[in-house]
Design a protein around this ligand. Structure first.
Ligand code: C2E
Ligand code: MG
Ligand code: MG
Ligand code: MG
Length: 285
């Protein structure tokens, strides 16, 4: 009996592994074509200032509509793209798309706000990143300050000195840098001040139980005061409830994004949100 169950268990395990492996192959091999066949698109999640509740930016989030598998999460395919190096052309596509979208909003006379683009560590350390971003910014005709790059703490793990150097170059281009998922990684606080950051993004893991968990509240408080003392802004991610928003505002957090404030939007809906920001008196002039 036991032996039989064991064998069944084993068979089930291999079938599951087989299924996962073929899905991974399908995704890894499909990624190249996904770009050409227009299966990729960006959604835009709105970001708001906490003092005035103003729309101050969007975070661009990648989506892959796979012909057989349906919607695939970036949390699943970005790591594959990092592993096989495809993240470099993919990241360039993301950057170009976000800049084109912003330029198009500007041509339509909509208020132009900052757009944040996620940059993976592999992409960050790839030579020539700075030059390509500079060229893409020039193509778009946009003021560089309207572009924000979201980096994770992993960029500084292998080679913090080089990270400092590249971030300095990016900073000199005039764009803004944010440290994503802050508090989950391996930041050495002594490097933080050398990183030319505009803001820290408080990871959603600390926001989730903010009201009930004293330790999370202590961590968020510490991040906000650290940021303030270093002259950086803070933005909280994953805000799902009004009560979290109120507490973050009270704690002195500068900005926020999350389902409570707005889900990631299709470009067209994001444009409509921008249009709704234009004061009536100004839209005619
Ligand atoms: P992230 O940069 O930390 O993005 C935040 C994630 O939280 C997004 O998931 C967003 O949709 C989700 N989110 C936003 N508000 C809420 C909320 O209120 N509650 C909860 N539970 N979640 C919320 P998404 O879009 O699935 O992206 C996952 C991750 O994939 C991103 O985490 C980012 O690390 C990566 N990613 C997404 N797009 C790109 C890209 O273009 N390039 C690179 N390199 N990575 C990307
Ligand atoms: Mg991000
Ligand atoms: Mg994040
Ligand atoms: Mg996150």
């Amino acid at each position: 009996q036991a032996k039989e169950a064991g064998r069944n268990g084993y068979r089930f395990f291999t079938a599951e592994m087989q299924r996962r492996y073929s899905r991974m192959l399908l995704l890894e091999n499909g990624l190249r074509q996904a770009m050409e066949r227009q299966q990729l698109r960006l959604l835009y999640q709105p970001q708001f200032s906490l003092d005035e509740g103003r729309l101050i930016g969007f975070e661009a989030l990648l989506r892959w509509q796979h012909p057989e598998l349906g919607m695939v999460s970036p949390a699943e395919f970005i790591p594959l793209a990092e592993k096989n190096g495809f993240i470099v052309p993919l990241g360039e596509w993301v950057l170009a798309s976000a800049l084109q979208q912003q330029a198009s909003w500007r041509r339509q006379g909509l208020p132009v706000v900052r757009v944040g683009v996620n940059v993976s560590a592999v992409q960050f350390h790839h030579p020539g990143l700075c030059e390509r971003i500079q060229a893409q910014l020039a193509d778009s005709g946009l003021p560089p300050a309207l572009l924000e790059l979201e980096l994770t703490e992993s960029v500084m793990m292998d080679n913090p000195e080089r990270a400092v150097e590249v971030m300095g170059q990016l900073h000199r281009l005039g764009l803004q840098l944010a440290l994503d998922d802050f508090g989950t990684g391996y930041s050495s606080l002594s490097y933080l001040k050398r990183f030319r950051l505009a803001r820290l993004k408080i990871d959603q893991g600390f926001v989730r139980d903010l009201l009930d968990d004293e330790e999370d509240r202590a961590i968020v408080g510490a991040i906000i005061s650290l940021a303030r003392n270093l002259g950086l802004q803070t933005i909280a991610e994953g805000v799902e409830h009004a009560s979290q928003l109120a507490l973050l505002r009270q704690m002195g957090c500068d900005q926020a994004q999350g389902y409570h404030l707005g889900r990631p939007l299709e470009a067209e809906q994001a444009g409509a949100l921008l249009a709704s920001q234009v004061p009536v008196a100004e839209s005619s002039g």
